[in-house]
Design a protein. Structure first.
Length: 320
């Protein structure tokens, strides 16, 4: 295995980015369509209405899964009100490209050192849109931080909204039911009341405790991507809220998890990233999956071959 790990691509030095730029197929405003015609990757701004409209050109999506940047890097550049105004623009763009009956999922963080922003502000902004709130899901991370002086921070927030009345397909975890239904005696026979129990496994409900967060030892790990969501989580969303051959939108592609979930579940994906490097990573992840069946690179470097062929790798050997 090639251990030539990449540092975080978003904060990579200008030297690394200079070397990666020529390896990226897309420049800002450009679009890549895969040869089977199933998926589209674009490099552009989610908040740019003209760009998003032209990208979808009459196509509509039945599902959008968005994972905007909401971490501290973002807050050093924008106040929370600026951030929310920016969110309002891509939320409006999402409304425009969704079908009449469609679902929108948004991953968001809550800064516990700062009145949990931007989660409450985002929720309040969404209340002013035409989306209806449907569920507030928490996914539990296996690893946490800040365990000595506070409750360990292990949650990731996922908001579920709808436009119109989209279908919803019930999902199950792999966790067997511990508690069974209640029992009753009918004409001397003791039976379990399973009327509502269609599976021996539990449903995830709105607290997901069964999904491993991505870390560098996992096959699906995409080196250099700081905000990668677990494939299993996105697949769960895709299976619950879209049908085969539906179009799914993701305006914040990054490592291309939504596109890969769509490939695995026979959906079409139109995905966008403002950064040409992440647009390229997304395309390469699909190509790698099709060639090898691998969902990521684990600790390998997806640009290793080209980087090795060019100059030294002095500043690229920082493990995640
Ligand atoms: C948290 S990551 C998304 C992670 C993704 N769900 C995954 O599993 O890999 C956010 C991404 O949004 C991109 N981004 C930031 N601002 C953007 C904008 N205005 N338009 C489109 N993409 C943007 C960043 O480059 C980054 O790759």
């Amino acid at each position: 295995m090639d251990r030539n790990a990449l540092s975080r691509l978003d904060t990579a030095t200008e030297q690394i980015r200079r070397r990666l730029r020529p390896l990226c197929r897309l420049k800002s405003g450009e679009v890549w369509e895969d040869e089977s015609g199933r998926h589209v990757v674009a490099c552009g701004d989610a908040a740019d209405t003209v760009f998003i409209k032209s990208l979808f050109r009459g196509r509509s999506a039945s599902l959008a899964v968005h994972d905007p940047p909401y971490n501290l890097v973002m807050f050093t550049r924008r106040s929370v009100s600026e951030f929310i105004e920016w969110c309002r623009r891509w939320v409006d763009n999402t409304h425009d490209i969704l079908a009449d009956d469609a679902s929108l999922y948004v991953w968001l963080g809550a800064d516990q050192k700062n009145h949990f922003q931007p989660l409450p502000q985002f929720m309040a902004m969404m209340a002013e849109t035409e989306f209806a709130s449907r569920s507030y899901i928490t996914m539990r991370n296996q690893r946490g931080y800040g365990t000595q002086k506070n409750w360990m921070a292990v949650r990731q927030e996922l908001l579920y909204y709808t436009k119109g009345s989209p279908a919803f397909q019930v999902q199950y975890t792999d966790i067997p039911k511990i508690l069974r239904g209640y029992y009753k005696d009918v004409r001397g026979v003791r039976t379990e009341n399973c009327e509502r129990s269609h599976s021996a496994k539990i449903r995830p409900g709105n607290v997901w405790v069964d999904i491993q967060q991505v870390f560098y030892r996992m096959h699906e790990n995409v080196n250099g991507c700081y905000g990668q969501k677990p494939l299993q989580a996105i697949e769960r969303i895709v299976r619950a809220s879209s049908r085969q051959n539906d179009t799914v939108a993701d305006f914040f592609a990054h490592s291309g998890t939504t596109l890969l979930a769509c490939e695995k579940t026979d959906r079409r994906c139109i995905t966008v990233d403002i950064d040409p490097v992440f647009a390229e990573v997304t395309i390469r992840r699909l190509e790698r999956y099709r060639e090898t069946g691998e969902t990521g690179w684990q600790a390998e470097n997806m640009f290793a071959r080209e980087l090795a062929a060019s100059a030294t790798v002095s500043d690229s050997a920082v493990p995640p």
